[in-house]
Design a protein around this ligand. Structure first.
Ligand SMILES: Nc1ncnc2c1ncn2[C@@H]1O[C@H](COP(=O)(O)OP(=O)(O)OP(=O)(O)O)[C@@H](O)[C@H]1O
Ligand SMILES: Nc1nc2c(ncn2[C@@H]2O[C@H](COP(=O)(O)O)[C@@H](O)[C@H]2O)c(=O)[nH]1
Length: 188
Protein backbone atom coordinates (compact mmCIF):
# COMPACT_ATOMS: atom_id res chain seq x y z
CA UNK A 1 0.00 0.00 0.00
CA UNK A 2 1.38 3.43 -0.93
CA UNK A 3 2.32 5.66 2.03
CA UNK A 4 2.06 9.31 2.93
CA UNK A 5 4.86 11.32 4.46
CA UNK A 6 3.97 14.58 6.22
CA UNK A 7 6.83 17.01 6.79
CA UNK A 8 6.62 20.16 8.91
CA UNK A 9 9.23 22.59 10.11
CA UNK A 10 9.52 26.24 11.03
CA UNK A 11 10.33 28.32 7.96
CA UNK A 12 14.08 28.21 7.28
CA UNK A 13 14.71 24.93 9.13
CA UNK A 14 15.70 23.27 5.87
CA UNK A 15 12.57 21.35 4.99
CA UNK A 16 12.70 22.17 1.25
CA UNK A 17 16.40 21.28 1.19
CA UNK A 18 15.73 17.92 2.87
CA UNK A 19 12.64 17.15 0.77
CA UNK A 20 14.65 17.92 -2.38
CA UNK A 21 17.31 15.48 -1.22
CA UNK A 22 14.69 12.81 -0.41
CA UNK A 23 13.11 13.10 -3.84
CA UNK A 24 16.48 12.39 -5.42
CA UNK A 25 17.22 9.42 -3.17
CA UNK A 26 13.94 7.56 -2.66
CA UNK A 27 12.23 5.87 -5.59
CA UNK A 28 8.51 6.30 -6.21
CA UNK A 29 8.20 9.31 -3.89
CA UNK A 30 6.04 12.13 -5.29
CA UNK A 31 5.63 15.68 -4.01
CA UNK A 32 2.14 16.94 -3.24
CA UNK A 33 2.07 20.43 -4.78
CA UNK A 34 0.05 22.67 -2.45
CA UNK A 35 -2.02 25.69 -3.45
CA UNK A 36 -1.22 29.09 -1.96
CA UNK A 37 -2.35 32.68 -2.25
CA UNK A 38 1.14 34.01 -1.45
CA UNK A 39 3.28 35.41 -4.28
CA UNK A 40 6.03 33.26 -5.87
CA UNK A 41 9.44 33.69 -4.19
CA UNK A 42 12.77 33.72 -6.03
CA UNK A 43 12.73 31.19 -8.87
CA UNK A 44 9.50 29.42 -7.79
CA UNK A 45 7.26 28.32 -10.66
CA UNK A 46 3.52 27.72 -10.78
CA UNK A 47 2.76 24.00 -10.59
CA UNK A 48 6.24 23.11 -9.32
CA UNK A 49 6.68 24.45 -5.76
CA UNK A 50 3.03 25.57 -5.48
CA UNK A 51 -0.09 26.31 -7.51
CA UNK A 52 -0.14 30.09 -7.10
CA UNK A 53 -3.74 31.31 -6.82
CA UNK A 54 -5.43 34.62 -6.11
CA UNK A 55 -7.34 34.72 -2.79
CA UNK A 56 -10.57 34.54 -4.87
CA UNK A 57 -9.41 31.42 -6.74
CA UNK A 58 -8.38 29.88 -3.41
CA UNK A 59 -11.83 30.58 -1.89
CA UNK A 60 -13.49 29.04 -4.96
CA UNK A 61 -11.60 25.79 -4.36
CA UNK A 62 -12.61 25.86 -0.67
CA UNK A 63 -16.25 26.23 -1.75
CA UNK A 64 -15.87 23.29 -4.15
CA UNK A 65 -14.43 21.13 -1.31
CA UNK A 66 -11.20 20.54 -3.25
CA UNK A 67 -8.91 20.66 -0.20
CA UNK A 68 -7.92 17.85 2.14
CA UNK A 69 -6.94 20.63 4.54
CA UNK A 70 -6.15 24.33 4.29
CA UNK A 71 -5.25 27.19 6.59
CA UNK A 72 -4.16 30.79 6.78
CA UNK A 73 -0.51 30.42 7.83
CA UNK A 74 0.36 34.13 7.69
CA UNK A 75 -2.09 37.02 7.48
CA UNK A 76 -4.02 36.81 4.15
CA UNK A 77 -1.73 34.00 3.01
CA UNK A 78 -3.65 30.78 2.48
CA UNK A 79 -2.08 27.38 1.95
CA UNK A 80 -3.90 24.13 1.20
CA UNK A 81 -3.34 20.49 0.27
CA UNK A 82 -5.43 19.50 -2.72
CA UNK A 83 -7.26 16.17 -2.53
CA UNK A 84 -6.27 15.59 -6.15
CA UNK A 85 -2.55 15.79 -5.28
CA UNK A 86 -2.73 13.15 -2.55
CA UNK A 87 -5.58 10.71 -3.17
CA UNK A 88 -5.04 10.21 -6.89
CA UNK A 89 -1.32 9.57 -6.39
CA UNK A 90 -1.88 7.13 -3.50
CA UNK A 91 -4.50 5.27 -5.56
CA UNK A 92 -1.93 4.84 -8.34
CA UNK A 93 0.51 3.25 -5.85
CA UNK A 94 2.71 6.35 -5.55
CA UNK A 95 4.15 7.34 -2.17
CA UNK A 96 3.44 11.00 -1.46
CA UNK A 97 5.28 13.68 0.52
CA UNK A 98 3.41 16.75 1.83
CA UNK A 99 5.12 19.90 3.11
CA UNK A 100 2.61 21.51 5.49
CA UNK A 101 2.46 23.62 8.64
CA UNK A 102 1.98 22.00 12.06
CA UNK A 103 -1.82 22.28 12.03
CA UNK A 104 -2.02 20.84 8.51
CA UNK A 105 0.21 17.97 9.68
CA UNK A 106 -2.13 17.16 12.58
CA UNK A 107 -5.16 17.25 10.32
CA UNK A 108 -3.66 15.02 7.62
CA UNK A 109 -2.33 12.56 10.22
CA UNK A 110 -5.87 12.29 11.67
CA UNK A 111 -7.24 11.38 8.23
CA UNK A 112 -4.59 8.83 7.21
CA UNK A 113 -3.55 7.37 10.61
CA UNK A 114 -0.84 4.70 10.35
CA UNK A 115 -0.66 5.05 6.58
CA UNK A 116 1.04 8.40 7.26
CA UNK A 117 4.28 9.30 9.04
CA UNK A 118 4.62 12.81 10.43
CA UNK A 119 8.14 14.23 10.65
CA UNK A 120 9.11 17.48 12.36
CA UNK A 121 12.34 19.14 11.26
CA UNK A 122 13.78 21.48 13.86
CA UNK A 123 16.61 24.01 13.57
CA UNK A 124 19.42 23.75 16.14
CA UNK A 125 18.23 27.09 17.63
CA UNK A 126 16.12 30.15 16.80
CA UNK A 127 19.32 32.16 16.38
CA UNK A 128 20.61 29.75 13.70
CA UNK A 129 17.18 29.82 12.05
CA UNK A 130 17.29 33.62 11.76
CA UNK A 131 20.83 33.45 10.31
CA UNK A 132 19.71 30.91 7.67
CA UNK A 133 16.72 33.01 6.63
CA UNK A 134 18.86 36.17 6.38
CA UNK A 135 21.54 34.29 4.39
CA UNK A 136 18.92 32.75 2.07
CA UNK A 137 18.08 36.31 1.03
CA UNK A 138 14.56 35.63 -0.23
CA UNK A 139 12.58 37.57 2.40
CA UNK A 140 12.54 41.08 3.85
CA UNK A 141 13.58 41.52 7.50
CA UNK A 142 9.92 42.15 8.36
CA UNK A 143 8.87 38.83 6.80
CA UNK A 144 11.78 37.07 8.55
CA UNK A 145 10.68 38.40 11.96
CA UNK A 146 7.13 37.24 11.23
CA UNK A 147 8.49 33.75 10.43
CA UNK A 148 10.65 33.71 13.60
CA UNK A 149 7.62 34.56 15.75
CA UNK A 150 5.67 31.74 14.16
CA UNK A 151 8.67 29.38 14.51
CA UNK A 152 8.59 29.75 18.29
CA UNK A 153 4.92 28.68 18.27
CA UNK A 154 5.52 25.81 15.83
CA UNK A 155 8.37 24.38 17.93
CA UNK A 156 5.83 23.70 20.69
CA UNK A 157 4.16 21.11 18.40
CA UNK A 158 7.32 19.01 17.89
CA UNK A 159 6.34 16.34 20.44
CA UNK A 160 3.11 15.57 18.60
CA UNK A 161 4.99 14.23 15.56
CA UNK A 162 5.91 10.58 14.95
CA UNK A 163 9.56 11.54 14.36
CA UNK A 164 11.77 14.60 15.04
CA UNK A 165 14.96 15.44 13.16
CA UNK A 166 17.30 18.29 14.15
CA UNK A 167 18.81 19.82 11.03
CA UNK A 168 22.17 20.96 12.39
CA UNK A 169 24.79 19.27 10.22
CA UNK A 170 23.13 18.97 6.81
CA UNK A 171 24.70 15.67 5.76
CA UNK A 172 23.66 14.02 9.05
CA UNK A 173 20.08 15.29 8.70
CA UNK A 174 19.93 14.09 5.06
CA UNK A 175 21.04 10.59 6.06
CA UNK A 176 18.56 10.50 8.95
CA UNK A 177 15.57 11.53 6.87
CA UNK A 178 16.37 9.07 4.07
CA UNK A 179 16.72 6.21 6.56
CA UNK A 180 13.46 7.19 8.32
CA UNK A 181 11.49 7.38 5.10
CA UNK A 182 12.87 4.19 3.56
CA UNK A 183 12.11 2.26 6.77
CA UNK A 184 8.57 3.64 6.84
CA UNK A 185 7.85 2.91 3.18
CA UNK A 186 9.14 -0.64 3.56
CA UNK A 187 7.17 -1.27 6.78
CA UNK A 188 3.87 -3.20 6.66
N1 LIG B 1 21.93 22.08 7.88
C1 LIG B 1 22.03 23.27 7.28
N2 LIG B 1 23.09 24.05 7.54
C2 LIG B 1 23.21 25.27 6.97
N3 LIG B 1 22.31 25.81 6.10
C3 LIG B 1 21.23 25.08 5.82
C4 LIG B 1 21.03 23.77 6.37
N4 LIG B 1 19.86 23.29 5.90
C5 LIG B 1 19.35 24.22 5.08
N5 LIG B 1 20.18 25.31 5.01
C6 LIG B 1 19.98 26.56 4.28
O1 LIG B 1 19.02 27.31 5.04
C7 LIG B 1 18.14 28.03 4.18
C8 LIG B 1 16.70 27.59 4.51
O2 LIG B 1 16.50 26.26 4.04
P1 LIG B 1 15.18 25.86 3.27
O3 LIG B 1 14.84 26.88 2.24
O4 LIG B 1 15.35 24.44 2.83
O5 LIG B 1 14.16 25.96 4.49
P2 LIG B 1 12.58 25.73 4.55
O6 LIG B 1 12.35 25.10 5.86
O7 LIG B 1 12.13 24.99 3.35
O8 LIG B 1 12.03 27.21 4.52
P3 LIG B 1 10.60 27.75 3.98
O9 LIG B 1 9.54 27.06 4.78
O10 LIG B 1 10.69 29.22 4.26
O11 LIG B 1 10.53 27.45 2.51
C9 LIG B 1 18.55 27.71 2.76
O12 LIG B 1 19.37 28.76 2.29
C10 LIG B 1 19.36 26.40 2.90
O13 LIG B 1 20.34 26.28 1.90
N1 LIG C 1 -1.47 23.63 6.18
C1 LIG C 1 -0.69 23.77 5.11
N2 LIG C 1 0.50 24.39 5.23
C2 LIG C 1 1.26 24.47 4.13
C3 LIG C 1 0.88 23.95 2.88
N3 LIG C 1 1.85 24.20 1.97
C4 LIG C 1 2.83 24.83 2.63
N4 LIG C 1 2.49 25.00 3.93
C5 LIG C 1 3.27 25.63 5.01
O1 LIG C 1 3.19 27.03 4.92
C6 LIG C 1 4.35 27.58 5.58
C7 LIG C 1 4.96 28.68 4.75
O2 LIG C 1 5.44 28.15 3.55
P1 LIG C 1 6.36 29.06 2.58
O3 LIG C 1 6.54 28.24 1.32
O4 LIG C 1 5.64 30.35 2.35
O5 LIG C 1 7.65 29.28 3.33
C8 LIG C 1 5.30 26.41 5.83
O6 LIG C 1 5.19 26.05 7.19
C9 LIG C 1 4.75 25.34 4.94
O7 LIG C 1 5.04 24.05 5.44
C10 LIG C 1 -0.40 23.30 2.81
O8 LIG C 1 -0.84 22.82 1.76
N5 LIG C 1 -1.13 23.24 3.94
Amino acid sequence: MAKLLIISAPSGSGKSTLIGHLMGQVENLHFSVSATSRAPRGTEKDGVEYYFLTPEEFREKIAKNEFLEYCEVYEDKFYGTLKSEVDQKLKKGKNVVCDVDVIGAENIKKIYGKRALSVFIAPPSIQVLRQRLVKRGTDTLEVIEDRIRRAEYEMSFADKFDKRIINDDLETAKAEIVETVVDFINSK
